[in-house]
Design a protein around this ligand. Structure first.
Ligand code: SAM
Length: 384
C-alpha cells in the first residue's frame, strides 16, 4: 500500500471527528448500504492490522504520526494497548491492600476486581501488597490484555485468577470460593470500575462510538448470544426506543429521534445512526457542547448490556462476598449509575458509608486523562 492510501485510511476516524466539528456547515454525507444483506466495512481487519504492524516494525519514518491517529485498541493490537486507570490512588487508600487480611492473617488480603479491563486496578492492588486478586470481565479481549499485562509486570500466576464472567452472575460458592464445609470464603475488598474501557470505546469494530464508522454492536461481550444495538434500532418497537432514550439517556428529543430512526430503518453502522439522530433534532440542539448522538448512544449501550440491572445485582450481592469490615469501591461515570450506588449504600443496613460525598479525580488526573472527568468514587464497608 502506498503512503498516500495508507494515511487516509488510518486517519479516517480523525477525519470524521473534524467533519463533526464543522457539522453546521457540512451536514455529514453517509453512504447508505443498498440492502439489508450489505456488509459493514472492515477497514480494521486482522489482515490490515498485521500488514500495518509489519510496516511499523520495519521502522517506517511516519510510524509515530500514524500511531497517533489510530484508535487505542488498535494500538493495543500493535503492542501498545493502553487504558488509563481512574482514581487508582484513592481506591488503594480505601481498600488498603497492604493491610494483613483480617481473616487468614497472612500478608495482604484477597481482592475481587469485578471489572478487570486492562488490569490497572488489579495490578496496583497486587503491587501494593494484596496476596491475591480475582478478576472478572465480560469482555474476553480485556482478560487477555490484563493477563499479559500482569505477567509482564512479573506477577506470579498463583496470585491472579481471571474469569470471563458478568459480575452479576458471580457466586462465591459456585465459583469455588468455599471452604471444606462448603461455606463461602469472602474477600477483603472489591473494586468495580464501571462502564467501558478506552480500548472498547476506541475500536470502531465494537460499535460503541459515533465518531468512527463501525457495526452497530455495543456488546461488551461479543461472544454473548444477546441483542446488539442493531437489533434494538431495527427490530424493537418505537415505544421501546423512546423508553430507553428517556430512561437511560435522559434525552429531551427521545420521541422525535425514535420516530426518525423507525422511518430510516434498516440502519447498519454507527455513523448512519449518528446521522439520523443529527437530522432528527432541532437545528439549535446541533450546536450544543456535546454531539446530539451522545445520549442515545449511551442509552443503547446501557440497554444492550443491561448495565443498570447488573449494577443493582452487584450492590445487592457484594455484602455476601465481603468479610465483615471488607470494603466495596465503586467508580461510576454517569448520574444513573452514581444514583444507584448512593441509594444502595444509604438504604441497605449491611453497608456503612465511608464517603458521604463522592470523590472525584484531581485536576492533575483530569488533565492527564480527560476521560476521568466524569468519574465518581463511592466506598462503603460491610457492617460487622
Ligand atoms: C472502565 S473498564 C475497567 C478498567 C480497569 N479498572 C483498569 O484499570 O484497567 C470497565 C471494564 O468492565 C467491564 N465490564 C463492564 N460491565 C461488566 C459486567 N457487568 N461484568 C463484567 N465486566 C464488566 C468492561 O468490559 C470493561 O472491560
Amino acid at each position: 500500500m502506498s503512503l498516500t492510501t495508507w494515511i487516509p485510511r488510518s486517519g479516517f476516524g480523525l477525519g470524521l471527528f473534524f467533519a463533526n466539528l464543522f457539522r453546521d456547515a457540512t451536514d455529514l454525507v453517509i453512504p447508505r448500504p443498498p440492502d439489508p444483506s450489505c456488509q459493514v466495512p472492515d477497514w480494521y481487519s486482522s489482515a490490515w492490522l498485521a500488514r500495518e504492524k509489519a510496516r511499523l516494525e520495519s521502522n517506517h519514518p511516519f510510524a509515530e504520526a500514524v500511531l497517533m491517529n489510530l484508535p487505542k485498541t488498535l494500538l493495543g493490537e500493535l503492542g501498545v494497548y493502553h487504558h488509563e486507570s481512574v482514581l487508582t490512588e484513592e481506591v488503594m487508600a480505601y481498600l488498603q491492600p497492604e493491610t494483613p487480611s483480617r481473616w487468614h492473617k497472612q500478608q495482604g488480603g484477597t481482592f475481587l476486581d469485578v471489572t478487570v479491563g486492562g488490569g490497572g486496578h488489579s495490578l496496583a492492588l497486587l503491587q501494593r501488597g494484596a496476596e491475591r486478586v480475582v478478576g472478572l470481565d465480560r469482555d474476553p479481549t480485556a482478560l487477555e490484555v490484563a493477563q499479559a499485562r500482569l505477567a509482564a509486570a512479573g506477577i506470579p500466576q498463583e496470585r491472579i485468577q481471571l474469569w470471563h464472567l458478568n459480575f452479576a452472575d458471580f457466586d462465591l460458592q459456585r465459583h469455588g470460593f468455599r471452604d471444606e464445609q462448603g461455606q463461602g470464603i469472602p474477600f477483603d475488598g472489591i473494586v468495580a470500575d464501571l462502564g467501558v474501557s478506552s480500548p472498547q470505546l476506541d475500536c470502531p469494530e465494537r460499535g460503541f462510538s459515533f465518531r468512527a464508522e463501525g457495526p452497530l454492536d455495543m456488546r461488551m461481550d461479543p461472544t454473548a448470544d444477546q441483542e446488539t444495538a442493531a437489533d434494538w434500532v431495527n427490530r424493537r418497537p418505537v415505544e421501546d426506543l423512546i423508553d430507553i432514550f428517556v430512561r437511560y439517556g435522559e434525552e429531551r428529543f427521545a420521541r422525535r429521534i425514535a420516530h426518525h430512526i423507525e422511518r430510516s430503518r434498516p440502519l447498519f453502522t454507527t455513523t448512519q445512526l449518528a446521522h439520523v439522530i443529527w437530522q432528527a433534532v432541532p437545528p439549535a440542539a446541533r450546536r450544543g457542547r456535546i454531539h446530539p448522538a451522545t445520549r442515545v448512544f449511551q442509552a443503547l449501550r446501557i440497554a444492550v448490556n443491561r448495565e443498570l440491572e447488573a449494577l443493582e445485582t452487584l450492590l445487592a450481592q457484594a455484602p455476601n462476598w465481603l468479610k465483615p469490615g471488607g470494603r466495596l469501591a465503586v467508580i461510576s461515570f454517569h448520574s444513573l449509575e452514581d444514583r444507584l450506588v448512593k441509594w444502595a449504600f444509604r438504604r441497605d443496613p449491611r453497608w456503612q458509608v465511608l464517603t458521604p460525598k463522592p470523590l472525584c479525580p484531581s485536576e492533575l488526573e483530569q488533565q492527564r486523562n480527560p476521560r476521568a472527568r466524569s468519574a465518581k468514587l463511592r466506598v462503603a464497608a460491610r457492617s460487622s
